[in-house]
Design a protein around this ligand. Structure first.
Ligand SMILES: [Ca+2]
Length: 251
């Protein structure tokens, strides 16, 4: 039996059409999956004592996902996060977070963050840590919260190496909070990393007769190489240290 050539052509063209549709469908699924997976890298983060650099005044977006996609599309690697108002549907793309930038206000909505060492713009590398010089004055509790907001902690100068660096860095001009206090138990001084101070370090960093119970928080006394305890409500400058990016490319 002879099959008419027009029938063969029609069958072939149907097959071709089927494969074209299948290919388009696959491409669409891959595109949707990759867009979703990149957007899902953002994590909702509360910012109590620091803020994100706003990259743009913002625009209306239908959803969080849409806001994430458009922020990344418009600002590429500059975009480390975004603010999205669930009620206002307002989308504000953001760069890195900083202690020197105001925290988001209520109308700006929730903050979504990508993270990564470059997203913390205040930090510089030093050996196995990264530090941020918080040059404005805060009480001890606020200074601690500011470091926590930056996913860091007040500096624990609990080794000779870090102690020497701290003295050299802070110079003579300012009084700095150190991450050291006896808030939980009088005269039991504990570093910001949870370790109780070693007796030999305590002897080295406090001048004779100190700490004398003036307060529960420890600071560097201006124009000396020594520490003293003081009222935690005093407003002083501070240093945050960040350890989680010790081996990162940012260093
Ligand atoms: Ca005390």
């Amino acid at each position: 039996m002879v099959v008419p050539s027009s029938l063969v052509d029609r069958t072939m063209s149907h097959k071709l059409y089927f494969y074209q549709v299948l290919l388009q469908l696959c491409c669409h699924i891959v595109a949707v999956l990759s867009a979703s997976s990149s957007s899902f890298n953002f994590v909702k983060k509360s910012l109590l004592s620091c803020g994100p650099n706003r990259l743009h005044v913002g625009w209306k977006s239908l959803s969080v996902l849409e806001c994430a996609r458009e922020s990344q599309h418009r600002f590429g690697i500059q975009c480390y996060g975004f603010l999205y108002g669930q009620d206002s549907h307002y989308c504000i793309p953001t760069g890195g977070i900083s202690a020197f930038v105001p925290r988001p206000n209520e109308t700006e909505g929730d903050f979504y963050f990508l993270g990564g060492c470059k997203a913390y713009v205040d930090f510089r590398p030093y050996n196995y840590i990264r530090y941020a010089d918080i040059t404005f004055q805060q009480d001890y509790f606020t200074a601690r919260r500011t470091c926590e907001c930056l996913d860091a902690r007040l500096m624990a100068a609990d080794t000779v190496d870090k102690w020497v660096w701290f003295l050299g860095f802070t110079g003579n001009s300012y009084t700095y909070w150190l991450g050291l206090d006896d808030l939980k138990e009088e005269n039991n001084f504990v570093w910001a990393d949870g370790q109780t101070i070693k007796p030999e370090i305590k002897e080295q960093i406090f001048t004779k007769g100190k700490p004398d119970g003036d307060g529960d928080c420890v600071f560097r006394v201006t124009f000396t190489s020594f520490m003293d305890d003081a009222d935690c409500n005093r407003n002083l400058t501070s240093i945050c240290e960040q350890l989680q990016f010790a081996t990162s490319v940012c260093n």
